[in-house]
Ligand binder design. Structure first.
Ligand SMILES: NCc1[nH]cc(CCC(=O)O)c1CC(=O)O
Length: 315
């Protein structure tokens, strides 16, 4: 049944603890499918890991987390790369393809604090850490009295900054904390009704060189159809609004059998202007649903919000 595996496969991964957990997860799944194959993980540092003093939106965005891994594949030092899908640009560079999207972990944002139970619990002027424009806009819209400060680095770095008292609370993806065995750090979940997740949040993707049909077949069993459909819809929304162009944008799809429900929003970073909406449609036509909701957001003024974001960015 299965495609016949090569004797050896190399997985490229970032070296953060979360990235390594994810690569190891893929390694274990492939080892179970192909016991004859020896599978190694090649850990590497990316520019996104090195540049910690600036918001990513200012230095080139998501591509910075995947570039080095792609070079390793081009040079045949690695066969596949494992990513958090959230960090994968909407348009892959020429010559690369996604071979599988794995079943999604918890897609929600998590509230993490040593002193407070929830965003509601924070006093006026409390400092909340996040570098995500989406989280910033959503918090500013709901809690104008809170102060939002940038927070970069891998999960351990971010938790360390919280523990040293630099922030009253921080917002992180629940998926990362759960994968690292740190669910006890989660004081509360931020439900999609209050704050929609980022496109692809909580899902992992496997990237390969386009044209490696051998790998495509080998990795196909790892693909989770419902997650793939959901993230296709979510990423379509992002693509319509400029792909890696930096604006607060959220999109979250849930699949129930043949049906998909997609919710999305775009906002200005200060949270003062928000366009949001939801739509349902067949799960097998995720791009159509994504396009439809993007149109609905446009009719609510999303283009003006985009223009306002660009003007702020330039200023
Ligand atoms: N932006 C970095 C990033 N990319 C993926 C995750 C978490 C895991 C996931 O969403 O799959 C995180 C950390 C975070 O947002 O807290």
């Amino acid at each position: 049944m299965n495609a016949s595996p090569p004797s050896k496969l190399v997985i490229a991964s970032r070296e953060s603890r979360l990235a390594m957990w994810q690569a190891e997860h893929v390694r274990a799944r492939l080892a179970a499918l192909y016991p004859q194959c020896s599978i190694e993980i090649l850990g590497m540092t990316t520019q996104g890991d090195r540049i910690l003093d600036r918001a990513l939106s200012k230095v080139g965005g998501k591509g910075l987390f995947v570039k080095e891994l792609e070079v390793a594949m081009t040079e045949r030092r690695a066969d596949l790369a494992v990513h958090s899908l959230k960090d994968v640009p909407m348009e892959l560079p020429e010559g690369f393809a996604l071979a599988a999207v794995l079943e999604r972990e918890d897609p929600r944002d998590a509230f993490v604090s040593n002193d407070y139970a929830s965003l509601d619990d924070l006093p006026e002027g409390a400092v909340v850490g996040t570098s995500s424009l989406r989280r910033q806009a959503l918090i500013a819209a709901r809690y104008p009295g809170l102060v939002i400060r940038p927070l970069r680095g891998n999960l351990d770095t971010r938790l360390g900054k919280l523990d040293r008292g630099e922030y009253a609370a921080i917002i992180l993806a629940a998926a990362g904390l759960k994968r690292l065995g740190l669910p006890q750090r989660i004081r509360g979940f931020i439900e999609p009704e209050q704050s929609l997740p980022a496109p692809g949040q909580g899902a992992m993707a496997i990237e390969i060189l386009d044209g490696r049909d051998d790998l495509m077949a080998l990795l196909a069993p790892l693909n989770h159809a419902a997650t793939e459909q959901a993230v296709r819809a979510e990423r379509t929304v992002s693509r319509v609004f400029g792909g890696s162009c930096q604006i607060p944008l959220a999109a979250f799809a849930s699949v129930d059998g043949d049906a998909m429900r997609l919710r999305a929003m775009v906002a200005t970073p200060d949270g003062k202007r928000i366009a949001q909406g939801e739509a349902s449609g067949p799960a097998l036509e995720p791009e159509a649903l994504g396009t439809r909701i993007a149109e609905a957001l446009k009719s609510q003024g999303a283009d003006a919000i985009l223009a306002a974001c660009k003007a702020m960015d330039a200023g």
